[in-house]
Design a protein around this ligand. Structure first.
Ligand SMILES: [Zn+2]
Length: 351
């Protein structure tokens, strides 16, 4: 069950229209009967007139209607109805190629669909469906089905068209697909907002809170490191990550066991490796971390490398703070760093 942050924190968030809280909580305004996301640009209600909700659903059931201005139903992590419809069209029949005209015939503006997919998946709707189609085709070829059958089954008119699309996406022809690797990406819901996760068939390679609004850059970095295409979907590594995170947020898991792959320079690998040795519930300083990897003068580089960590929470960069006991920095927003530390210290519960 999603819960909401402390009231004082939520008040501060909506007074500053802080977009990093979008999708984390929603506020209903009693005087207008409307509910908003925290970043809404509308006039700020008095705290006494505000009611808080963890999900749009709860706000709706409490009788509030979505604000026309900030469109809280479209918050990241809970796709609006029309996007759900598009997503399930693709999942149920990946062979179907939805043209702009067909999207329009579903009552959806294709330009809006493109914006939504670019913002939430780092690619256009057409690119997303193409990825899903090729991803599913790839699964079938791996299971041993004939390439021609698969090509036709997935809406490619010709073997050569399929082959071309396949090579563009996966960097090699479908005949070699049994060994073709790619990175599967998916969303994982958490009480602190949605995370984007990426995994190969054997390792988790990405786990980050999404409001960094850096998806394109993150995906580009992944492609550079792994030289692999990125395909939306799900696999057993992502399922394991989802399970372990749920236990972690319930306070029932202290040590993750999902296998990781985090390519980087020798220095980066040393820093990230050392991070995994900081016990659950404990913190160390940037100075302490630099000393532990025998690079006491490299504090700044250590801090920077800490910030480049691609597998948040599991490689616990949130456990590094300043020597004065201040939080320092955090890519996912300082309030999340605070929340993770409080969870681990038993001061916060999400069960
Ligand atoms: Zn609003």
């Amino acid at each position: 069950m999603p819960t909401v942050p402390p009231v004082k924190e939520m008040e501060r968030a909506y007074r500053h229209s802080d977009p990093s809280y979008d999708g984390v909580f929603f506020l209903g305004v009693r005087t207008t009967g409307v509910f908003c996301r925290p970043s809404c640009g509308a006039r700020k209600p008095l705290p006494t007139n505000v009611e808080y909700f963890a999900t749009p659903r709860e706000a709706l059931f409490a009788g509030y209607r979505p604000c026309k201005r900030c469109q809280p139903m479209a918050a990241i992590g809970s796709p609006p109805d029309w996007a759900e419809r598009l997503l399930s069209e693709i999942e149920h029949d990946p062979s179907r190629r939805l043209t702009d005209a067909e999207v329009r015939s579903l009552g959806i503006d294709p330009a809006r669909a493109r914006r939504f997919f670019r913002k939430n998946y780092g690619m256009t709707f057409q690119a997303y469906s193409r990825s899903r189609r090729l991803g599913k085709a790839l699964e079938q070829i791996r299971r041993g089905e004939r390439i021609d059958d698969v090509a036709l089954g997935y809406g490619f008119d010709s073997h050569s068209g399929f082959r071309e699309a396949f090579v563009r996406r996966f960097g090699r022809p479908p005949g070699k697909a049994r060994s073709t690797k790619h990175i599967t990406v998916a969303w994982i819901e958490s009480p602190l907002g949605p995370l984007i996760a990426g995994a190969t068939e054997s390792n988790l390679v990405l786990l980050e809170f999404t409001e960094r609004r850096m998806l394109d850059a993150q995906f580009a970095a992944l492609r550079r490191h792994f030289k692999l295409p990125i395909v939306p979907g799900d696999n057993h590594i992502l399922a394991q990550t989802r399970n372990e995170l749920a236990l972690y947020f319930a306070g029932k898991l202290r040590q993750f066991s999902v296998p990781l792959d985090v390519p980087g320079s020798e220095f980066q690998k040393r820093v990230w490796q050392e991070l995994t040795k900081i016990p659950y519930g404990k913190t160390i300083s940037y100075e302490g971390l630099a000393r532990r990897i025998h690079a006491p003068r490299a504090q700044r580089a250590v801090g920077h490398t800490n910030g480049l960590n691609r597998v948040g929470i599991i490689i616990p960069c949130h456990r590094v703070i300043t020597k004065n006991g201040e939080l320092g920095g955090y890519g996912g927003g300082l309030w999340r760093k605070q929340a993770l530390l409080e969870l681990e210290q038993g001061k916060r519960k999400y069960a």
